[in-house]
Ligand binder design. Structure first.
Ligand code: PXG
Length: 465
């Protein structure tokens, strides 16, 4: 067991945590009863907890630690920037070097004419920026009626009022009176769960055409934008059929609708390109960025907008901004993180070396008796757990019952995989090596075996009728 230094015993920390710390997306009473797992250190792809367990982080923190943990370069840049200029704002006609350098670098990396960055502190904030920006854009163009934003069910765009309204998560909408007006949700391109007897290609087209139908029903003169993740992340790593995105692009082009690609998870190498938009071959007008922008080392996010959108917005004062828009320390860290991603060839490796290696191993999990489809693009993957692969059946138990059992087995076997309902997902640091990929798959397989044994013992291998 590794040596543990510098903290109180686990039980005491857990009691203090339960007494004073409210966790996101957590039932407080359950947490207090069980005690949170306390992560104390991390290096590369491995986490260490307060009991000295070494855990392989299959989720890259929360889909963000792309360059892995423990990078001294990032710590040093942060310390240097804190000493030189820890804070200044970018309001009122001022700026600073880290914000200038980072926006210039992002303009270089972003495809097409996406050349202008509005910074935020989180992906949620950046999507709130987008919501307002597209409405101001159309108002400036003399079309103030174009206000509605079309999004998708089971999308995740963040937790603020605006971003959660853009998202399509029913449990979130049920709390706090969401969504706000002016947001319309269409169905997601989840063939495994919803495609019934259509081929994936037919289904992809059908789901894309729901956008066209919605635009026609709501009125083209009322719709401002369509927002989507190139590949849905928090919704369960849903890889759309190949027909889906080309059709969406056609519809946005033909109907004068702005396309917002939410790249918060897909950006910065996750799919094997700098941006998911390049992987699915779309031309967004706006991209939301966060997470991998700084590999999670500092909170920073933003919206990258096209020349056209920037020039229209530039003609008025956009009454919007955050104290920490373009925070100098976060911006300096992000810039160094982009250098690491580039100079170490990390994204190339996801595209041509470790990525394909992981993909082959991950896809072989589909042979496991509990697994239906295994999907993966770059280094974001999912498996659908099912009582019957042939019929793509759901379990008769409440959604998430089996997924939760599987996640608990993963925890016990020192690998972190998240469950979304009865799908298991991974999003490891992009620097994961081949031996570490072997370990990930070994621990995932063991967890699936144990989950299957438990599910059979509990009589849960029943298909929903
Ligand atoms: N857009 C997308 C596509 C996201 O995945 C956000 C926006 C919001 O970003 P912030 O920085 O405000 O959290 C996200 C965040 C999960 C999980 O468990 C996923 C996210 C956040 C928290 C949990 O899958 N994604």
């Amino acid at each position: 067991m590794a040596q543990i230094t510098n903290h109180m015993p686990t039980a005491e920390l857990q009691a203090l945590d339960a007494a004073h710390h409210m966790h996101p997306f957590t039932t407080g009473d359950e947490l207090a009863a069980k005690g949170a797992r306390i992560i104390t250190r991390a290096k590369g792809v491995m986490l260490t907890d307060s009991e000295g367990n070494e855990i392989l982080d299959g989720m890259g923190g929360l889909w963000c630690v792309n360059v892995g943990y423990g990078r001294d370069e990032l710590a040093e840049v942060a310390a240097r920037q804190m000493r030189e200029l820890p804070y200044y704002n970018t309001f009122f006609m001022t700026t600073h070097v880290p914000a200038i350098a980072l926006s210039q670098r992002l303009a270089e990396l972003a495809p097409g004419d996406l050349n202008h960055v509005f910074f935020a502190g989180s992906g949620s904030e950046a999507n709130d920026t987008n919501l307002r920006a597209v409405r101001v854009y159309w108002a400036q163009k003399g079309k103030p009626e174009k206000q509605i934003i079309i999004s998708r069910k089971n999308a995740y765009h963040g937790s603020t009022v605006g971003a959660a309204s853009l998202g399509g998560m029913t449990p979130m909408h049920e709390q706090g009176g969401l969504p706000i007006p002016g947001i319309h949700h269409i169905d997601q391109p989840n063939w495994w769960a919803e495609g019934r007897d259509m081929t994936p290609e037919e289904f992809g087209l059908a789901r894309a055409r729901e956008l066209e139908k919605a635009i026609q029903e709501l009125g083209e003169d009322k719709v401002a934008a369509f927002i989507a993740e190139p590949i849905q992340g928090a919704g369960g790593v849903i890889v759309p059929p190949s027909t889906y995105w080309p059709e969406i692009q056609r519809i946005c082009d033909e109907h004068e609708i702005l396309l917002i690609a939410d790249e918060v998870i897909c950006g910065f190498g996750r799919t094997g390109n700098w941006f998911g938009s390049q992987t699915v071959n779309i031309r967004p007008d706006i991209m939301t960025i966060a997470k991998g922008l700084s590999s999670g080392y500092a909170p920073i996010a933003g919206s990258i907008v096209s020349d056209e959108v920037a020039s229209v917005l530039g003609a008025c004062e956009f009454n919007h901004g955050y104290t920490y828009s373009g925070h100098p320390v976060a911006a300096a860290v992000a810039l160094e993180n982009l250098r690491i991603l580039d100079e170490e060839g990390i994204i190339d490796s996801v595209a041509t070396d470790t990525g394909p290696y992981l993909q082959e191993k991950w896809k072989s999990l589909a042979e496991h008796p509990l697994v239906g489809e295994a999907s993966i693009v770059g280094m974001m993957g999912s498996i659908a757990l099912t009582p019957n692969k042939e019929t793509r059946a759901k379990f008769a138990s409440d959604p998430g019952t089996v997924g939760y059992i599987c996640r608990e087995r993963c925890f016990a076997n020192n690998v972190i995989m998240r469950h979304v309902g009865d799908r298991m997902i991974i999003s490891p640091p992009l620097v994961i090596s081949k031996p570490e990929i072997d370990l990930l798959i070994e621990r995932a397989t063991l967890s699936l075996d144990e989950c299957l044994a438990q599910v059979e013992k509990d009589g849960l291998m029943q298909a929903a009728s």
